[in-house]
Design a protein around this ligand. Structure first.
Ligand code: FES
Ligand code: FES
Length: 155
């Protein structure tokens, strides 16, 4: 069946089964490979995108459930890496292998939208994505930096 989706502000059509995960539509059908496959079970967050501004794990979202929702992927976070989070990610040298990072950024972007100056508890609560490289402290620093909050200098 053909599904017409709103992806990063444009109408995109995918002729797939209704139970196809949105992740595979993004990656395989539409070629948006910035969104990653990790666990396929809604656990790791590597596949995080936004639908209507809310964080969604696209590996467990059937394409038939997307409807008219506005899907935003890492490719649309900014046209030129100018998003405050991208700048902070570079400044704090957050990525290691990088695999989890697009999901991290999308989760962080949703957090800052709802909480422009998040508390440590709010960061903790929102950032449930997994990182096998252990970048969690740098992720927290980068979020604080992007929010214009104090970031301790590293010794
Ligand atoms: S790949 Fe979707 S949560 Fe892990
Ligand atoms: S940077 Fe390697 S998994 Fe997170």
């Amino acid at each position: 069946m053909a599904y017409t989706l709103n992806i990063n502000g444009a109408a995109r059509t995918a002729d797939v089964e209704g139970d196809t995960p949105l992740l595979w539509v993004l990656r395989d059908t539409l070629g948006l490979t910035g969104t990653k496959y990790g666990c396929g079970a809604g656990v790791c967050g590597a596949c995080t995108v936004h639908i209507d501004g809310q964080v969604v794990r696209s590996c467990v979202m059937p394409v038939s459930a997307v409807g008219k929702g506005k899907v935003r992927t890492i490719e649309a976070l900014s046209p030129d890496r100018s998003h405050a989070l991208q700048q902070a990610w570079i400044a704090e040298q957050v990525p290691q292998c990088g695999y989890c990072q697009s999901g991290m950024l999308m989760a962080a972007a949703a957090l800052l939208k709802s909480h422009p100056k998040p508390s440590d508890a709010q960061i903790e609560e929102a950032m449930t994505n997994l990182c096998r490289c252990g970048t969690y402290p740098r992720v927290r620093r980068a979020i604080r930096r992007a929010a214009g909050m104090h970031v301790e200098e590293l010794a």
